[in-house]
Structures are given as C-alpha cells and as structure tokens.
Design a binder for this molecule. Sequence first.
Ligand code: GDP
Ligand code: MG
Length: 140
Amino acid sequence: MAGKRTFTMIKPDAFGAGNSGAILKMIEGAGFKIVALKATQLTPELAGKFYEVHKERPFYADLCKYMSSGPIIAAILEKENAVEDFRTLIGATNPANAAEGTIRKMFATSIEANAVHGSDSDENAQIEGNFYFSQFERVL
Ligand code: GDP
Ligand code: MG
C-alpha cells in the first residue's frame, strides 16, 4: 500500500529567487498537508550524506556544492499516495522535459538547479524526513 508521506526540499535556486512561497502554495493547492517545515542550510558534508546514493554519478561533486550554496526549505508532506503524486506535481528532473504546470517547469533553471526535491519511494521519504526532523519537529 502506498504511504501517506513524502519529503521535499525547496532548493537554493528557488529559495534564492524568492519562489518558496509560490511553491508552498502550489504544494498545498495540490492537496498536500505540511506536517513539518524548516529553513536551513546544508554543509557540503551534509549534502554529501543526503545524496550518498548518487556518489558514483559524475554530477555528485557539483550537486553537493550546489545544494550547500545557500538556504533551503525542508518539509514533510502528507497526502494519500504522497510519493507518486508529489513526483507528478514536480515534473521531470530536467525542466526541459517537465510537463506544463509542474513546479520544475515553472521554477527550475537547469537540470541541476531544478527548484525542488521529491522522495522516490516510501522508504526514502522516511529516511529523508528523519535526516532533517526529530519527532518533536513534526506533526505525529
Ligand atoms: P530527481 O529524483 O528527479 O531529483 O533526480 P535524481 O535523483 O536523478 O538526481 C538528484 C539531483 O541531482 C537532481 O534533482 C538534480 O538536482 C541533480 N542532477 C540530476 N541529474 C543531473 C545531471 O545530469 N547533471 C547535473 N549537474 N545535476 C544533475
Ligand atoms: Mg532522486
């Protein structure tokens, strides 16, 4: 059965451009409830840990540098079928391939600076939410 929670980050490009409010509005407008939220900034080491699954990929070093380059917003979101529905809302990794009306189509500037993160499985949604939030920082 599909889980009810996913995890997202508003990445440094979108945060820096002042698009966090518009993106959160789209997220809520699509029926997701925000059950944890914070603004923070990753160190390169923490970005490396978060994206460890990509460590063999050629863009890993650039990605860690980019993701630690400025503030981000981290959030846990709740909805039926959360992971899949959120991936649909954000669109393809490369904004050039993202569908009209998706968050990445509207706000991403490149395949790297693509505005938002969305977990790719229920298991990773839980791991990623726990990476940022203690049990006292979320709606139980
Ligand atoms: P996602 O699940 O759609 O976010 O995509 P992936 O898990 O495959 O990649 C993680 C993140 O790495 C993406 O969201 C981008 O920020 C970045 N990324 C992915 N592919 C590339 C690439 O080919 N080049 C660069 N520079 N960054 C990439
Ligand atoms: Mg991914």
